[in-house]
Design a protein around this ligand. Structure first.
Ligand code: ZN
Length: 449
């Protein structure tokens, strides 16, 4: 069956491509872009009238911690910077169960879909005794929701008694971590074009894993040909920690443990020198900018322009819901536009830049060339927004209006050629029931202290 998404109000494509007449979708992929005023050249079975819709490539989220949806606006963690914020939350997160991880994953994935996100990464690094196979739980939950995902098997091994930040009941020993990393790659990673599920490896941060685990994880990832992810250079405290613990700044540390390569993407990437940015760019290391989280924790401003100019793929991430505290991708694109304009000036950062980061830039961070673009042969991952709320009334340029007027909810969302959101509602998912289960889990985990 061919579907023509016909005559959209506006569409975000590469400058060289004309899709003003719409997009034809066939067997999960984009089959044809239609020139304005023309008919598709291929046969069309169904037509979706998009005259009131702005069409974007499905947005791609490159950093999240789904389980943190259970600790949004958590009283114990309010108004703190990163390290005290983490130490307030670790004891709560130690109470995670399999059921909690399942419901948090489903809720976050549904929330992302509703905001126009079609591919998401997740960084799960807490494996308490009650949930040693957390990745398997997440895989089951993700498959139920139907979003495309790159789940990263995270890890923490450096407890507070060894100079790290996390308490002992939130960490695992390194043999257990590496064995589970190998198991989940073998079981779930799909390396093929169009993959709905991939696995990457993601030791949490310099202050929560050992140098040995960083090295061993990189060796395993390259042997299995999966990508590597971690938090880096998020705060000045982290730079000081690296200097004290390892005698090196974060980028030197990264290089030393074999991570300065193009199969790596980093969350945050804020506190770099010019020389470090040049080195990251030469290596092709991807950076995930998380503007809301950086503002909430007061961490600093990522230097997106210099990083991109140096050669780093630049993507966006909502980050975990304990430091955002939502999982709304279209709002995150607006936040990136605003924060980067504050840093570089209003003429230097356009809405096209922000959309590029959330689509092709994010796809590059995840090592994907089959998503993030509206072009023939790409996966049919699309987000359609309607400008029918008071906030858009009278708006001139439709694409700019999405960000400047503050779009927050997609009207239709397609993943691999299938509608997952229709008329602003998740398809085949009782959101009210999911929210009730989720709220109950949130109540339970935050009352364990
Ligand atoms: Zn994070």
């Amino acid at each position: 069956m061919n579907l023509w998404i016909k005559n959209p109000l506006a569409v975000f494509t590469d400058d060289s491509l004309d899709a003003t007449g719409g997009v034809v979708v066939q067997e999960g992929k984009i089959a044809e872009l239609v020139t304005g005023g023309k008919q598709p050249t291929c046969t069309v079975d169904r037509v979706f009238d998009a005259a009131g819709h702005v069409v974007l490539p499905g947005l791609i989220n490159t950093h999240h911690h789904f389980y943190q949806t259970l600790t949004r606006a958590c009283p114990a963690a309010l108004n703190k910077k990163l390290f005290p914020w983490l130490t307030s939350l670790y004891p709560i997160w130690a109470g995670l169960t399999e059921e909690m991880i399942h419901v948090a994953t489903r809720l976050a994935a549904a929330e992302l879909l509703l905001s126009g996100c079609t591919t998401t990464s997740d960084h799960h690094y807490i494996f308490p005794q009650a949930a040693p196979e957390a990745l398997d739980i997440q895989v089951d939950a993700i498959r139920q929701i139907g979003i495309r995902a790159i789940l990263t098997r995270g890890s923490m091994s450096l407890g507070e008694d060894e100079g790290g930040l996390p308490p002992r009941n939130t960490i695992q020993d390194e043999d257990t971590i590496l064995a589970d990393c190998e198991r989940v790659i073998d079981r779930y990673h799909n390396p093929n074009t169009g993959a709905m599920l991939q696995i990457a490896l993601a030791p949490c941060s310099p202050f929560s894993v050992s140098e040995e685990l960083m090295r061993a994880t990189a060796v395993l990832a390259r042997q299995k040909q999966v990508r590597l992810h971690t938090h880096l250079a998020e705060t000045r405290d982290e730079n000081d920690f690296c200097l004290n613990q390892f005698g090196r700044r974060p980028v030197d540390y990264l290089e030393q443990v074999g991570w300065l390569q193009s199969d790596v993407w980093l969350a945050h990437g804020i506190h770099f020198t010019d020389e470090e940015i040049a080195r990251l760019g030469r290596a092709g290391v991807g950076i995930c900018h998380c503007p809301s989280s950086n503002m909430i924790l007061g961490s600093g401003i990522c230097r997106c322009r210099e990083l991109e100019q140096a050669g780093c793929p630049l993507g966006l991430g909502v980050d975990g819901s304990a430091s955002n505290d939502g999982s709304n991708m279209i709002q995150e694109v607006r936040q990136a536009l605003l924060l980067q304009r504050l840093h570089y000036g209003s003429a230097s950062i356009t809405h096209y830049d922000a959309f590029r980061w959330a689509t092709t830039g994010s796809a590059q961070c995840l090592g994907r060339d089959d998503i993030g673009k509206i072009a023939p042969e790409m996966q049919a991952d699309l987000a359609l927004f309607k400008l029918d709320e008071p906030r858009f009334s009278g708006a001139g340029a439709p694409l700019a209006a999405l960000l400047l007027c503050g779009a927050h909810r997609a009207d239709y969302v397609m993943v691999a050629g299938e509608w997952k959101v229709e008329q602003g509602k998740t398809v085949d998912l009782d959101l009210a029931e999911l929210m009730a289960q989720h709220a109950e889990s949130a109540q339970r985990i935050t009352s364990t202290l």
